[in-house]
Design a protein around this ligand. Structure first.
Ligand code: IPM
Ligand code: MG
Length: 356
């Protein structure tokens, strides 16, 4: 049966990088991949079109789809808007509406890019790390929240960090299952020495470990985890953490691989329906100039094929094509180093299609 893919290009470099990922999907379509694409608005682009960053039609489209491909949202243009209609609200809203609680952010260093990392190549060579980030709870969504005026007239901003056992359990299960299929090591990251919500996080993870005797669970405070990620990142196999800690640590981990422009992500619900997006943002400073690296988005298509469409062989083909193109020396600006061939966004996309 034809699988329906909702395509939400979004803002900034979003449309450019998604266009390259679409070329890759179309190439696979002519090789028998049975999908149809349907486009929708999200983020600033949706706000400009209909006055909200997450139109009802987009939610319906995403709910009816088998998988969603998203570019990026946000830009200078919308920074002054009220927080309730800012582009980021569109992204948070769709994650929440679709119950996409499990965010998988792999950080894999392509050997060809060992020199592109700001870290010494021996520190990062061979890096293959998976960050599992809780995506629909924690301080991002906790109530109450807001900015209020105190009696003395001073303003106070407040947010709430809250996790239910059931929320910790379901993300824990995803992380343990992934660890089991990899090297069997799971590090749960928290701030249990200070924050009760993550004290419960630690206790709940520890309790779950009894059901996963083949997985070695460890715990780490988030400040130490940030330090260890740049000191000795290869000690990690799978990390599982809260929404906000995962946001921060995944950006940090991405730089180990040379560029944030290389990393895909999957956000999954209980039934492995997913939304796939690069972990980088909309990069408004280079938008519209054919400069962005489309590889994170193209690799997100590979994740989609693997996790939502049950097409692992096609996923392998994309990943091998990326490797082949890197071998041939083609680089967008973000991963460029001396002696390589600098290419544009669309040239990189074309090269991947050719290498498929
Ligand atoms: C991410 C982004 C988002 C987040 C923003 C754009 C809301 O940084 O996906 O990591 O904080 O989750
Ligand atoms: Mg982020």
């Amino acid at each position: 049966m034809t699988k329906k893919i909702a395509v939400l290009p979004g803002d900034g470099i979003g449309p450019e990088i998604v266009a390259e990922a679409v070329k890759v999907m179309q190439a696979l379509q002519s090789d028998g991949l049975d999908i149809e694409l349907e486009y929708g608005f999200i983020g600033g682009a949706a706000y400009d079109e209909v006055g909200t960053p997450l139109p009802a039609e987009t939610i319906t489209l995403a709910k009816q789809a088998d998988a969603i491909l998203l570019g990026a949202v946000g830009g200078y243009k919308w920074e002054e808007l009220d927080i309730s209609v800012r582009p980021e609200k569109g992204l948070l809203g769709i994650r929440s509406e679709l119950n996409l609680f499990a965010n998988l952010r792999p950080a894999i260093l392509y050997p060809q890019l060992a020199d592109a990392s700001t870290l010494k190549s021996e520190v990062v060579a061979g890096l293959d790390l998976m960050i599992v980030r809780e995506l629909t709870g924690g301080i991002y969504f906790g109530q109450p929240r807001g900015i209020r005026s105190l009696d003395n007239g001073e303003k106070e901003g407040f947010n709430t960090l809250v996790y239910k056992e059931s929320e910790i359990n379901r993300i824990g299960q995803v992380a343990f299952d992934i660890a089991r299929k990899r090297q069997g090591r799971l590090c749960s990251v928290d701030k249990a020495n200070v924050l009760e919500a993550t004290e419960l996080w630690r206790e709940t993870m520890a309790t779950m470990a009894a059901d996963y005797e083949d997985v070695e669970l460890s715990h780490m405070y988030v400040d130490n985890a940030a330090m260890q990620l740049v000191r000795a990142p290869k000690q990690f196999d799978v990390m599982v953490t809260t929404n906000m800690f995962g946001d921060i640590l995944s950006d940090c981990a991405s730089m180990l691989t040379g560029s944030i422009g290389m990393l895909p992500s999957a956000s999954l619900d209980e039934n492995s329906k997913g939304m796939y997006e690069p972990i980088h943002g909309s990069a408004p400073d280079i938008a519209g100039q054919n400069l962005a690296n489309p590889l994170a988005t193209i690799l997100s298509v590979a994740m989609m094929l693997r996790y939502s469409l049950d097409e692992a062989t096609m996923a392998d083909r994309i990943e091998n094509a990326v490797s082949k193109v890197l071998d041939s020396g083609l680089r967008t600006g973000d991963i460029y180093s001396d002696g390589m061939t600098k290419v544009t966004t669309s040239e990189m996309g074309n090269a991947i299609v050719a290498a498929l």
